[in-house]
Design a protein around this ligand. Structure first.
Ligand SMILES: Nc1ncnc2c1ncn2[C@@H]1O[C@H](COP(=O)(O)OP(=O)(O)OP(=O)(O)O)[C@@H](O)[C@H]1O
Ligand SMILES: [Mg+2]
Length: 266
């Protein structure tokens, strides 16, 4: 049964690198799937870390770049053929390859260059088959990320529990809202999720509290702890959610509950 008439599209983005974007996409996807939501993850990063994490290897079928190219050049796309099921995590994904970096010029040549990704994912195929579509973005705020932000109903910002990440938040929110002009931030921003929280120092708590003080309920109550098991989970090609003993897995499941409460039938 579908929880909403349309798939809820979430961009996971932060202009800073290495803050836990891909980890968040993977684990939230797994957490929503555990809750019987039908989930599609879309790798929109030319570095394709999400695809690597899922142990995907080139299979001759279309990737994100091919879908973008076909859309701009007005060719038909067989969406079903672009989807790979991930049996272990019970979600689907569309992989990316480094050729995606070269798609910026193709997107820029489109008459309506900021809506290429929107046009792809407003297709009935996606709305009929998924409850959630989550996009993994690269670090730069370029035309590709602008496209993803425009295509999405919601934005989730992972913020690493360190001072440099904290100091960049205000400027980053300004940049996002400049792209999504005329959008109510409280409706668009699903929240900021504090990641890599270290309980053995005071530093993480200071950053978390400062964020809460400035942005209140725009910050998830749940934070994601720094755990070696999560760092190593890349090598095992699994989410932390799939490990029932994982603290980080349980935290992502808690974060997914807030997302389901806030975004379904809103
Ligand atoms: N909760 C965590 N505990 C321990 N390590 C983590 C945690 N979350 C992420 N990491 C590790 O931190 C590094 C960066 O995480 P990730 O790749 O998710 O960030 P990113 O924002 O997607 O990076 P990029 O900007 O390169 O795309 C990775 O090595 C990842 O395994
Ligand atoms: Mg990443």
């Amino acid at each position: 049964m579908k929880v909403n008439n349309k798939a809820i599209k979430i961009a996971v983005s932060n202009q800073k690198g290495g803050v836990g974007k891909t980890t968040t996409v993977l684990n939230l996807g797994a957490a929503l799937a555990v809750n019987n939501r039908r989930v599609l993850l879309v790798d929109c990063d030319p570095q394709h870390h999400l695809s690597n994490w899922l142990d995907w290897e080139a299979d001759g079928k279309p990737t994100t770049s091919d879908i973008i190219f076909s859309t701009v050049t007005k060719q038909n796309v067989d969406f079903k053929n672009c989807i790979r099921p991930c049996e272990k995590e019970k979600f689907d994904f569309i992989p990316s390859i480094n050729l995606l970096a070269g798609m910026l010029g193709i997107i820029a040549a489109d008459d309506n260059s900021s809506t290429v990704i929107s046009r792809i994912f407003e297709n009935d195929y996606f709305n009929e088959n998924y409850d959630y579509i989550i996009f993994d973005c690269q670090t730069a705020l370029d035309l590709l990320v602008t496209n993803v932000l425009n295509a999405c109903d919601k934005l989730l910002i992972p913020v690493q529990a360190d001072l440099l990440s904290y100091e960049g938040v205000e400027q980053m929110l300004d940049s996002f809202m400049r792209i999504k002009k005329d959008t109510d931030i409280r409706k668009y921003l699903l929240g900021m999720l504090v990641t890599m929280y270290q309980t053995n120092t005071r530093h993480s708590a200071t950053i978390y509290n400062a964020l809460k003080e400035s942005y209140n309920d725009l910050v998830f109550n749940t934070y994601i702890s720094y755990r070696t098991e999560t760092k190593n989970s890349v090598g095992f090609h699994r989410s932390s959610v799939s490990d029932c003993k994982s603290v980080v897995g349980a935290q992502y499941i808690e974060a997914a509950h807030r997302i389901m409460e806030e975004s379904e039938n809103a």
